[in-house]
Design a binder for this molecule. Structure first.
Ligand code: GLV
Ligand code: MN
Ligand code: MN
Length: 412
């Protein structure tokens, strides 16, 4: 099939979507169900309808834009990603998979291709964990990985429940309805920026993902004793921030010492109370994010966190409580879709790298109910989750072309 991706239309869509943001450009901040996210969703819906797709959403706001195949009862060939963005992010994470997916479908429609299987673009709700503390809420519910009861217990940073927040955003209905029926998908492909440096360093234009790493995240609450920064003598201190510092370095050292480059650990939030220059920190909250492609190796780091917490708590006379938010298994991509993507690359004479994804994606959860694969394009210096995240237009168009060819091959 000879397809022409409309690169200008795709880039202009990426620019427009980046304007729905709470941050000054080039930064993008688009937290789920905030006004910026709702405006972006409304614009996406119009864009999908203009492309001739039928749009529906479920109770948690996952949005499906469908191109009916000649056999509407046949399992769906899906593609998509997310449009929410963490604070101070860039404009490509998730967006390339959503707008690239839409462009792939528009291109196929314009080429005269008629699919047998319906092709659906899926925009997942809250891939990012910013608001509710846990990522991939939409795909966890779609795949049955998170129960509706567990979802109802989620609260945002201001204490509002997921139900309150989604109802305010006009997403009604029962969360029980979100889970997709078994066999819904024939295949699901997510196009995404690599969010790492390997493709760029090796000057390879595409990555075909074979495995998605297993993420875990925890909250840690450290309570010591506050007081006057001048008056309290050093031997009498129970400084919560000093305890946190020891813990943070121990987490880093456990990840570095795993023996594998795929083990990564990050403390991304450190909230210090009361946060005054002349007051001893009495309370610290940490967020901990630990990932690995190998579950056992990741869990060694989690156990190191537990044992160091106990040791630091005893030594410094502070209390340390850890709350596990999620500890997910890794996912393998489906050989048949990997083959289909590889075949498209070969037909287009494009070199590709087989690689793992150390970032998590909604595909990690969709993999539990469907064969999935992911296609990566390079991003400059591997930068992501920062305003200078950048993907070259040629790379975006190339990824979109391979996606379109593969969707066509799978949808028949
Ligand atoms: C997704 O944004 C991740 O943190 O991997
Ligand atoms: Mn992200
Ligand atoms: Mn993403």
């Amino acid at each position: 099939m000879s397809l022409n991706i409309d690169q200008d239309r795709l880039l202009s869509d990426i620019e427009t979507l980046s304007s729905f943001s709470e941050a000054d450009p080039p930064a993008v901040t688009r937290i789920v169900f905030t006004p910026a996210d709702l405006k972006a969703r409304a614009w996406m819906k119009t864009r999908c309808e203009e492309a001739g797709l039928t749009v529906r959403h479920d109770a948690v706001g996952n949005t499906f834009a469908r191109w009916n195949g000649s056999d509407p009862a046949a399992p769906v060939v899906g593609t998509g990603s997310h449009i929410d963005a963490i604070p101070n992010a860039g404009k490509y994470d998730g967006v390339v998979g959503v707008l690239g997916g839409l462009e792939a479908i528009r291109t196929l429609r314009q080429s005269g291709f008629r699919p047998e299987h319906s092709i659906e673009l899926l925009i997942f709700t809250s891939e990012e964990p910013t608001r509710f503390g846990i990522g991939c809420i939409g795909s966890r519910l779609l795949s049955g990985t998170m129960s509706p009861d567990a979802a109802r217990k989620l609260t945002d940073n201001d204490g509002a429940t997921l139900d309150e927040v989604r109802h305010r955003a006009c997403f009604g209905g029962e969360l029980e309805q979100v889970k997709l029926p078994t066999g819904y998908y024939k295949a699901f492909i997510e196009l995404h920026i690599e969010q790492g440096p390997l493709l760029g360093r090796q000057k390879i234009p595409l990555g075909i993902v074979t495995k998605i790493a297993a993420p875990a995240s925890l909250r840690v609450l450290i309570e010591g004793s506050g007081g006057h920064a001048g008056g309290v003598l050093m031997p009498d201190r129970r400084d919560a921030l000093c305890a946190a510092a020891e813990l943070i370095l121990a987490i880093e050292s456990a990840a570095r010492g795993s023996g594998a480059i795929d083990t990564v650990a990050t403390v991304g939030i450190c909230d210090v109370f009361p946060g005054a220059v002349n007051s001893i920190p009495s309370r610290v909250r940490l967020s901990v994010d630990i990932r690995d492609t190998d579950l056992q190796r990741r869990d060694v780091v989690m156990r190191a966190l537990e044992s160091t917490s106990a040791a630091v708590a005893a030594k410094r006379q502070v209390s340390i409580q850890t709350e596990l938010l999620n500890a997910d298994a890794p996912a393998d991509c489906a050989p048949a879709i990997i083959d289909a993507l590889s075949q498209s690359c070969r037909q287009l004479n494009l070199n590709f790298l087989s690689m793992v994804s150390r970032a998590y994606h909604d595909s990690l959860f969709i993999a539990r109910i469907s064969p999935v694969a992911m296609l990566f394009i390079p991003c400059r210096n591997g930068y992501s989750h920062r305003p200078d995240e950048y993907a070259h237009p040629d790379d975006i168009a190339r990824g979109t072309l391979v996606l379109a060819e593969t969707l066509a091959a799978l949808a028949g």
